[in-house]
Design a protein around this ligand. Structure first.
Ligand SMILES: Cc1cc2nc3c(=O)[nH]c(=O)nc-3n(C[C@H](O)[C@H](O)[C@H](O)COP(=O)(O)OP(=O)(O)OC[C@H]3O[C@@H](n4cnc5c(N)ncnc54)[C@H](O)[C@@H]3O)c2cc1C
Length: 389
């Protein structure tokens, strides 16, 4: 049986970053993942799944030596963020306002995962088990024994980074609070007439927000939030029919586009009641899924990674037993409130903008208008969203 210090279930962006960050501390790590990410080739079309990566996440990926590889492949930097409902209440946030060179990058999820995997493959203290899956596990006072589909692993503790429907969370008996949002999101990859842009924008309309994420060269990722029935209707359209709908519904500033690919995703809110239970630790979507309105999901996951690494590094540094439950609980304490705050903030925006009443509409437009003219508030909100506050 393979014996390691830490067993990580799920080798997505968060799981791979977690495994790497703990291996960097000298821990012997095993990472279990069902599907390896596809290799990169420059001829590939852009993936549908992309993320707005914050400055804080960029720092973590730099520290893990994965950032440069992603940059060598492809990504799109942006310096500005535009938000509006009525044209008169347009607010624009700029990287200069927080003395940063940019606000973030739009990057395909797979490329982040792949760059992390390349680093993992170079570590002698990491065992990558893929394709492999967690079937079940049991924990005693000092260890965890996991039954995988093809083998068994013994570890001091187990990490669930296995996404929103986390099996680790279920087997550990960790409950969740949450709900499904009435809206779904449609991701649409388009070719644009306009040159590569340095702005990401979001317009709030009665059905749900319309978002633009710039991609390299003449490409972009659009996010269309709508109620589930409307997303179902849009999903059934051909690319040509969808293109007509996009041109009719998205703001004119988008310009002419050609639809290349599309896919629909349900929106759910989930928050684990515990991030640590015995020798089980949850990170990323296994611990929390958030409305993607402000592109914070994986950024929160990467903050979890940095927090866990910090807690374990300090424990090792002070001669403590790093896998004691009291140590692992410090990670939970450092992350739970921050995640809850961001989730609640996103829900407040979602609820406020979903309300069709005229007085509420007036108030929120005044809010956007005021935010644009309140430099201190604006700077604070921007720095928080970028993870540099
Ligand atoms: C429409 C939409 C737009 C978004 N946009 C943004 C954005 O702009 N910015 C942002 O920060 N976030 C965004 N997010 C959120 C972001 O995509 C997620 O937070 C992120 O992908 C979660 O990463 P993860 O590694 O925690 O989980 P996942 O990506 O779900 O990875 C989990 C991994 O675990 C593996 N796995 C699961 N079960 C097992 C098992 N039993 N055995 C072995 N392996 C297993 C899976 O194969 C998978 O690889 C968006 C989400 C949506 C829906």
């Amino acid at each position: 049986m393979l014996k390691v210090d830490c067993l990580v279930i799920g080798g997505g962006m968060v799981g791979a970053a977690t495994a790497l960050s703990l291996a960097d501390l000298g821990l012997k790590v095993a990472l279990v993942e069902a599907h390896a990410p596809q290799e990169y080739s420059p001829e590939q079309d852009f993936d549908l799944r992309v993320s707005a990566i914050s400055l804080a996440s960029e720092q973590l990926l730099q520290q893990l030596n994965a950032w440069q590889q992603v940059q060598n492949w492809r990504s799109c930097v942006y310096q500005r963020l535009g938000v509006w409902e009525d044209d008169i209440a347009y607010a624009e946030f700029n990287a200069e306002e927080i003395q940063q060179p940019h606000l973030g990058h739009i990057i395909e999820n797979r490329l982040i995962q792949l760059a992390l995997w390349q680093q993992l493959e170079q570590k002698t203290n990491v065992t990558l088990l893929c394709p492999e899956q967690l079937d079940t596990f049991s924990q005693s006072s000092n260890k965890v024994i996991a039954q995988l589909t093809h083998s068994q692993v013994e570890a001091n503790f187990i990490i669930g980074a296995d996404g929103a429907n986390s099996k680790v969370r279920q087997i550990a008996g960790i409950g969740i609070t949450g709900w499904d949002y009435q809206q779904s999101a449609m991701l649409i990859n388009v070719k644009t007439d306009q040159e590569q842009q340095n702005i990401t924008w979001q317009k709030f309309v009665p059905g749900g927000p319309l978002a633009f994420l710039p991609m390299p060269n003449n490409n972009a990722s659009l996010v269309w939030y709508q109620d589930k029935a409307e997303i179902k209707r849009l999903s059934a359209l051909t690319n040509e029919q969808l293109q007509t709908e996009v041109l009719e519904n998205f703001p004119k500033r988008l310009g002419n586009v050609e639809v290349i690919a599309k896919g629909a995703f349900p929106l759910t809110r989930r928050h684990a009641n515990d991030y640590v239970k015995g020798r089980v630790v949850l990170l990323g979507d296994a611990a929390h899924t958030i409305n993607p309105l402000a592109g914070q999901g994986v950024n929160l996951g990467f903050k979890d990674v940095a927090a866990l690494q910090n807690v374990i590094a300090k424990a090792i540094g002070s001669g403590e037993n790093y896998h004691d439950i009291s140590v692992l609980k410090r990670y939970e304490r450092s992350r739970r409130t921050d995640n809850l705050l961001m989730m609640t903030g996103m829900d407040a925006i979602y609820t406020t903008f979903a309300n069709p009443s005229t007085p509420i509409k007036l108030l929120r437009n005044i809010g956007i208008f005021a935010a644009h003219r309140a430099p201190v508030l604006k700077k604070k909100a921007l720095a928080y969203a970028c993870g540099v506050s």
